[in-house]
Design a binder for this molecule. Structure first.
Ligand code: T3D
Length: 255
């Protein structure tokens, strides 16, 4: 069985973690396949990505059987997690995580690396790392405090509660909460909408947000000016202005 499935519908690439009997726990073959799937997302025909899990969960995080089995080169293993997180963040197009069932540990970290999260009403999130006496990784100490604030991040990381979808929404960890069986459909709808948008500019927005996390105000202003120059030179900007003046919807090409 392929550990990751991909399917492209128009300009949306759907990537599905596919170890349903293990709640899509992340083992080496799955992480390597996810890396390849995210490479495919670089293709210019792809303008948005949906990341989801097969079966009844998004992902239960690190495969603890593989970890317990020993023989894991820890540094090499961590590099696989880091690679996919960086691929998601550096992908210059939006990634929508469709999170149903449960997302735990590195599974939650993957969802947080995405640009938007759709959760089901029954979905539970848990950082889980400290439950097994690990420090958070896969970017969670970057994404979590930037989303929920420093104080809450410590609590979520140290006490590792099960967060329900409503709480996740309140904390800014979810963009949409829908019924559990509507999660994929909602995520696909969002991705399709984004795929018809100014893709190149979405990539610049991702870059600006990620960079702003480590820059001072003057540097942010300078970066915004540079990125605005790039955006202003784009065909989509020209189309957006023309569409406004002609009182019609823009037809963005993603350039
Ligand atoms: O290397 C690195 O640096 C990266 C490090 C990353 C660290 C992490 O990701 S830490 C977090 C690791 N994950 C966890 O601690 C979560 C473990 N799983 C659970 O706590 C529960 O399974 C859930 C809360 C996620 C779901 O509970 P429930 O009751 O709905 O399902 P279940 O019955 O526990 O699980 C179903 C099956 O999936 C079960 O297998 P079985 O008994 O039917 O043969 C279970 O063992 C398996 N499974 C669930 N999670 C994992 C797993 N197998 C391997 N690894 C898992 N993480």
């Amino acid at each position: 069985m392929e550990p990751v499935l991909t399917h492209q519908h128009d300009a949306v690439l759907e990537i599905a973690l596919n170890r349903p009997d293990r709640l899509n726990a992340l083992d080496r073959p799955l992480l390597e396949a996810l890396g390849r799937a995210l490479e495919r997302a670089e293709d210019e025909t792809v303008r948005a990505v949906v990341l989801r899990g097969e079966g009844r969960a998004f992902s239960a995080g690190q495969d603890l059987r593989e970890a317990a089995g020993g023989g894991l080169d820890y540094q090499a293993h961590l590099a696989r997690y880091n690679r996919v997180v960086l691929q998601i963040r550096r992908l210059a197009k939006p990634v929508v995580a469709a999170v149903h069932g449960v997302a735990a540990g590195a599974g939650m970290a993957l969802a947080l690396a995405a640009d938007l999260r759709v959760l089901g009403r029954e979905t539970r999130l848990t950082t889980a790392f400290a439950r097994i006496a690990l420090v958070p990784d896969s970017g969670m100490t970057y994404t979590l405090p930037r989303t929920v604030g420093w104080g809450r991040a410590f609590e979520l990381l140290a006490l590792s509660p099960d967060l329900d979808a409503e709480t996740a929404m309140r904390l800014g960890l979810a963009n949409r909460v829908v019924s559990e069986d509507a999660v994929f459909e909602e995520a696909r709808g969002l991705a399709a909408r984004l795929a018809a948008g100014p893709t190149r500019v979405y990539g610049l927005i991702k870059h600006a947000l990620d960079e702003s996390a480590r820059l001072g105000l003057e540097e942010v202003l300078e970066l915004e000016a540079q990125l605005q120059k790039l955006a202003g030179e784009g065909a989509d900007h020209e189309e957006g202005v023309r569409a406004f003046l002609e009182k019609r919807a823009p037809r963005f090409q993603g350039r």
